[in-house]
Design a protein around this ligand. Structure first.
Ligand code: AMP
Ligand code: MN
Ligand code: MN
Ligand code: MN
Length: 285
């Protein structure tokens, strides 16, 4: 017997709240998604599941379908940071909870180092400044530094801050060891979820490295890739749609919304996935 296809017309399976580096509280994220016409939402804060209960409660109130998610920071190869979005997880799974706590634990020390590096290039008070923007003390991130640096008038927006100071190779960038790809996929699968490679167009890998990553991800049981992403150009969308076909990956639709005025794409404001791809939500429980 065929299982009926889940009817979804506006899924958004990647966004952030104040529990990580988003600007809106979990409840506000859900209300905004609903107002924008989203009919299937996942909240995917970085390395943290603490916003899911609040988000789900509002989603239930509104009659908006909601799945539990998280975006896990991973170090891969020599010096590449990847993000793996976990969808439809059991957020109470002990190995996942322990793993995420471990991933979060290095952020304080890294932030102190970032503050020291930025100080050397004339950006003073950045560590404390970033902490003033943090909603969740365990989750100080480059985004919070970027907001402080904009507030201080050193740059016109967050993107400019990354281009000048915070991207890999820039003076405020501090290399960090996150989870391994194998650990992250182990935690996700242990928690009954699906593993989706976030914004694959953002890693600036050569074609050869991209293939090496996709093979490794697939061999570890990775199931999906974000074909539509707030950080993808039209060319990225075509390229990763081709990879999804070739590797048999499920396809995700993902704004990666962080907040009004900061994110290029608002919640749910994405084109439709190419018709021939299988949407990742068809595999949700
Ligand atoms: P972290 O986890 O501390 O390394 O911070 C990563 C976060 O910084 C990402 O999740 C994005 O929200 C943000 N970010 C990274 N690169 C950029 C960029 N080029 N422009 C704007 N935001 C960025
Ligand atoms: Mn972020
Ligand atoms: Mn990401
Ligand atoms: Mn994200």
């Amino acid at each position: 017997m065929n299982t009926p296809r889940l009817q979804v017309s506006n899924a958004d399976l990647h966004c952030h709240s104040t529990v990580s580096d988003g600007l809106l509280a979990p409840a506000e994220v859900v209300r905004r998604a609903y107002a924008n016409g989203v009919d299937l939402l996942a909240l995917t804060d970085h390395d943290e599941v603490g916003g899911l209960d609040e988000a789900r409660a509002v989603a239930v109130e509104l009659g908006l379908r909601f799945v539990d998610g998280v975006e896990i920071s991973v170090s891969w190869g020599d010096d590449t940071t990847l993000h793996i979005v976990a969808l439809d997880i059991d957020p109470g799974h002990p190995a996942l909870i322990d793993g995420l706590a471990q991933v979060r634990s290095g952020r304080d020390e890294r932030a102190a180092q970032m503050g020291a590096e930025l100080d050397k290039v004339g950006i003073h008070g950045a560590h404390q400044g970033a902490l003033n923007f943090v909603g969740n003390p365990a989750l100080v991130s480059r985004s919070h530094f970027a907001r402080y640096i904009v507030k201080m008038g050193h740059a016109k927006d967050v993107k400019e801050v990354f281009d000048h100071w915070l991207a890999k190779g820039k003076p405020g960038y501090v290399a960090h060891s996150w989870a391994t790809l194998k650990q992250a996929l182990g935690w996700i699968h242990g928690a009954g979820g699906l593993a989706v490679l976030a914004h694959p167009g953002r890693y600036r890998l050569s074609n050869k490295e991209t293939r090496r990553l996709l093979v490794e991800f697939r061999d570890l049981g990775g199931q999906g890739i974000e074909v539509l992403s707030g950080s993808h150009s039209d060319e990225d969308v075509s390229e990763f749609a081709r990879y999804a076909r070739e590797f048999g990956f499920l396809a995700s639709r993902a704004s990666d919304f962080h907040g009004p005025g900061e994110s290029r794409i608002d919640l749910g404001k994405l084109p439709q996935l190419p018709q021939d791809l299988t949407p990742v939500w068809q595999r949700f429980r």
